[in-house]
Design a protein around this ligand. Structure first.
Ligand code: ATP
Length: 228
């Protein structure tokens, strides 16, 4: 059974329609890559899932009709978002940022620090003074503190140095292997998506135009839909 199910999802910014029919299924414990060129609707789809933007069509999470819920209820059901651009509380310390996000469950600051040892070294430091990679780790840590069943990563490695990107991907793989958490991953690096994810969906002009396993994503499909 699907944990998250989107069917014929449509959404608009004012008069401007951005999604014209997105279908997406994510099973419990599955990692799915959402791919597509710039402006094709990936972030918009994420905003619909997190109830930050109204949508029409089927939007079901764990048997609950999300389209009727406000965003804080969606988070409480177990949807954790690592937003594009990170967004931590700049003036709070690493630990304070983690505690501010906490909800009862398996995750606490110590477990986040075990996943990202760099954060342990910077516990008392203001978030604003962290490197880009450390801020990204903190943003992932904050989402984990909400004890999500589905973790959504929107461009989590964008603009980071290769070694830091590698650390983030290792953490994503560890989450998948060790927690059974479902993942929805948006990223530009096909190589890492292939490594970390089970399946992919491709968006083109606000529509899902292809879905399949990573093995089924052939160079021809990449060329046709992603311009690779
Ligand atoms: P990127 O990889 O560049 O982040 P994306 O696939 O995430 O792209 P979206 O950001 O979802 O794409 O954008 C989908 C469409 O919606 C684009 O045409 C974009 O211009 C439009 N759009 C996005 N945000 C807004 C907004 N706040 N107001 C109006 N239009 C928007």
């Amino acid at each position: 059974m699907s944990l998250l199910s989107l069917h014929r999802l449509t959404a608009s910014y004012g008069d401007s329609q951005a999604l014209f029919g997105v279908d997406l299924e994510i099973a419990e414990g599955e990692a799915v890559a959402m791919m597509g060129r710039n402006g094709m609707g990936k972030t918009t789809t994420v905003h619909c899932i997190c109830r930050m933007l109204p949508a029409h069509g089927t939007l079901v999470f764990d048997g609950h009709d999300l389209s009727r819920l406000p965003s804080h209820r969606a988070a409480r059901l177990g949807i954790g978002l690592v937003p594009e651009g990170r967004r931590c509380f700049r003036d709070l310390s690493v630990t304070e940022n983690l505690i501010a996000a906490a909800r009862p469950g398996h995750w606490d600051a110590a477990r986040v620090e075990a996943l990202f040892p760099r954060l342990a070294e910077r516990r008392g430091q203001r978030a604003a003074s962290l490197s880009g990679g450390e801020q990204q780790m903190l943003a992932i840590g904050r989402a984990l503190m909400t004890n999500p069943r589905l973790l959504i990563l929107d461009e989590a490695t964008e603009g980071l140095a290769p070694t830091v990107r590698q650390e983030i991907w290792q953490a994503v793989a560890a989450l998948k292997a060790e927690t059974g958490m479902a993942l929805l991953v948006i990223d530009k690096s096909l190589k890492e998506l292939r490594w970390a994810c089970d399946r992919a969906v491709i968006l083109e002009r606000g529509r899902s135009v292809w879905s399949g396993t990573m093995a089924e994503l052939t160079p021809e499909i990449g060329e046709r839909h992603l311009g690779l």
